[in-house]
Structure formats: C-alpha cells, structure tokens
Design a protein around this ligand. Sequence first.
Ligand code: FE
Length: 203
Amino acid sequence: MADPKPLPFQPGSLQGISEKAMLIHHDKLYAGYVKKTGEIGEKLIELRKSGNYEGNATYSELRALKSEETFATNGVYLHEWYFDVLGGDGATEKAPELTKALIEKWGSLVDGIKYFSACGMAARGWSVLCWDIKDQCLRHYNADAHNQGGIWGCVPIITLDCYEHAYFLDYGSDKKAYIEDFWKNLDWTKVEEFYLKASQFKL
Ligand code: FE
C-alpha cells in the first residue's frame, strides 16, 4: 500500500465540516487504515513464505489476516473516494451527463438526491452511488462496515462517509445537517469525471 494521499482540498475550506474534524479524519483515521493495510500485507507475505499456515475457517492466523485485509483496504479506498469528491461548490450543472443519468434513474435530480440522502441516514458506514459494470447502470448501495455491503463489479462515483466520526464533532447527532452540507461541498466536476470513466468500463 502506498503512502496516504493528501486531501484534494484545504481542510478548513468546507461548509460545516471543520478543519479539526477533517484533519482527524484524514491524518489519523484514514492514515491509520493505510498503515494497517501495509502491515497486514507484510504479515501475509511472511506467513506465506514461512509455509506455516492453515486455512481454518473457525480461527486461524490466515483467516484473521484475510478478513482484516478487506476491512483495512476498503477503509483506505472508501475514504479516498469520499475525500476525492469533497471541496466543490455543490453546483450540479458541472455534471451534465451524470445528472442526466440520475434523472433517468430516479425521475428527477431532486428525487435522486433525496433518495441518496435517506439511504445515507439509514447507513451506519457508507452510502455509495456507483456504476454497475455488469448491468451497465447506476446503482446505490449502503454498507455498515468497510467490508460489508459492497457489490463486486460496482465502481463508486459519489461516496458518503456515514460513520459518526465523520460528523459528530461538528454536528453532534444531527446527521441530517451533515448530509445536507455534503451536497453543498460536493465537487460535481469530479463526480462527472468519475461517472464518465466508470461508465465506459464494460465486462
Ligand atoms: Fe471515515
């Protein structure tokens, strides 16, 4: 695993989300997932080279490492998808193709955003709009943990961190206000770029 990626925006520049909260989120939590992903990868190499492993599904060192490998790696990737789409001004007209696709999928942009926001309220971990490379369409999925709830074959486009650590410092228990501000901070130029790239991917 490479080093942590820097934030693509100034941490004190977002609406509602403070510099302090963003720096804790990025520099401690996200960087921690990067570090642990690297540690787990090294342990797996050591274990494989030693030849001293067993594939026991109740408990084994190999099982524990393989389980936490997906938790830590998704912890890195999902945070990067989330940070990458923040720092914008919420102007939806910067994403003409994605907004057209959202309207086709959910009837109107207002309804698409309303539905995503409600899904975010219902999620304990992540709420993700993605491109399904098998069915060739937009989908939305929730995950209650980094390695639970995702669908293989779906590429994230708009990723919302719904864990309490993402909002509690600034919003207390008012998750709804945090999600409203998420849309104000969304970089629609970036999500348009993700959508255009992802929707060319066919399998
Ligand atoms: Fe987070």
